[in-house]
Design a binder for this molecule. Structure first.
Ligand code: MLT
Length: 404
């Protein structure tokens, strides 16, 4: 008899953003004339910047010409892109990461969810609570967790690290010893950032207990404060205990183009084995590389024009964040985030449950956000709004929320 991977059956319901999309579609069908403002999923709205589009067109044309046509991309990414990333994102900022430690992929979500495959099934994971659901769900699918305890809103055999107002949304070291620690800063969903000192403390702790940090830096381009680290490798000792994930989705609008990368330093070992070699083996076996035209577009992100244009886009999103934050504060909400990240994390009024607030906002204001509890039990009573809309929509959303 054919059997299925029963670990999938432990997952309650569907993926958070699929649930939301379904609810919004139902609402849309019943209210076809309502202009819905979508500040739920963190998807960008500005088009790809002109310098990047130009390169994209040129590289498409290369594919039409026999002498410049490209077939399979090199397993780990084109050298032109890996070298550019190493120079611009790391070496020129005084951080040690070399081109051959960079693995180009189709995005940080794929890599964050797949990385657990190179670790033993007996490893214990620690995640922030609230957390981006992909880290937990991918470990559930692999069988690294126990069952879901619906009453407690947690999976057995996972270490949850509460991120609350009290600890400024940066977790304390858990009492129980984890093997793999997922951290995401600037944070999704709370919109908080981590100081260099706190990140260094996490690196020191990981080295001390022999754990590996899986550091998701997808939102680093939104850091405005000079004191906030852009990469975990700015911390001493991180090359011996950390893997970093980066994305082109949020900084350059590639959510539909798909491009990201993972950094694994050569000296990073676990169980006497190089994690770089394991991931290289995995990557080359399972993946045929991000498309040439997309990697060329990725290279153009780092050109002078590209940098100038994406910085303007990011500053528009951060203007939205400021507008939404001030508007909500003005309306009497308690709001966090939005200063070094494109997410606002607000406390629901009168402790309304997150999903009830979602329904209220959708039904009465036609505004879509993300219920905090969808990110974990410590997200209950919170709600996430993104700054990825237009300024016009952000203004309209605040107006409608104020009228509630
Ligand atoms: C989110 O809304 O949390 C993000 O869009 C998810 C993602 O980047 O995959």
């Amino acid at each position: 008899m054919v059997t299925v991977n029963r670990n999938y059956l432990k997952l309650p319901g569907s993926y958070l953003f699929s649930d939301i999309a379904r609810k919004v579609n139902d609402f849309k069908q019943k209210n076809p004339n309502m202009n819905i403002i979508r500040l739920g999923i963190g998807d960008v709205t500005q088009p790809i910047a002109p310098a990047i589009i130009k390169t994209l067109h040129e590289s498409v044309d290369e594919m039409a010409n026999e002498s410049t046509f490209k077939g399979y991309a090199p397993d780990l990414g084109y050298e032109f892109l890996r070298k550019t990333i190493a120079d611009k994102d790391y070496l020129s900022r005084g951080t040690t990461v070399y081109a051959d430690e960079i693995f180009v992929s189709d995005g940080a979500k794929s890599d964050c969810s797949a990385i657990q495959e190179i670790f033993g099934i007996e490893n214990k994971i620690a995640v922030c609570d609230p957390v981006y659901p992909v880290y937990v769900d991918s470990n559930v699918m692999a069988g690294r967790t126990g069952d879901y305890n619906a009453e407690k809103g947690i999976y057995e055999n996972v270490i949850y690290m509460p991120c609350t107002e009290e600890n400024n949304f940066v977790p304390d070291f858990p009492k129980e010893k984890p093997d793999l620690i997922y951290l995401c800063y600037p944070n999704n969903p709370t919109g908080g950032a981590i100081t260099k000192e706190s990140l260094q403390a996490w690196v020191d702790h990981a080295v001390k207990i022999g754990a590996i940090i899986l550091f998701d830096a997808a939102y680093e381009a939104y850091i405005c404060d000079d004191e906030i680290p852009h990469s975990i490798y700015e911390c001493e000792g991180a090359r011996e205990c950390a893997i970093e994930f980066r994305s082109f989705s949020k900084n350059a609008g590639f959510t539909g183009l798909r491009l990201g990368f993972t950094v694994i330093p050569k000296e990073l070992k676990c169980d006497g084995v190089s994690l770089h070699s394991l991931w290289a083996r995995r990557h080359s076996t399972r993946y045929n590389g991000a498309p040439y035209i997309i990697q060329k577009a990725g290279e153009a992100v780092y050109s002078n024009e590209g940098q100038k244009q994406i910085k303007e886009q990011i500053s528009c999103y951060m203007k939205n964040a400021k507008y939404i934050k001030n508007g909500l504060l003005d309306a009497g909400f308690k709001v966090y985030g939005g200063e070094n990240a494109p997410y606002l994390w607000l406390k629901t009024p009168n402790n309304i449950k997150s999903w009830d607030f979602f329904d209220l906002l959708l039904n009465k204001a036609g505004v879509v956000g993300t219920p905090g509890v969808g990110f974990g039990k410590n997200g209950e009573g919170y709600f996430r709004l993104t700054a990825f809309g237009t300024l016009e929509n952000s203004i309209e959303a605040i107006k409608r929320i104020k009228e509630l």
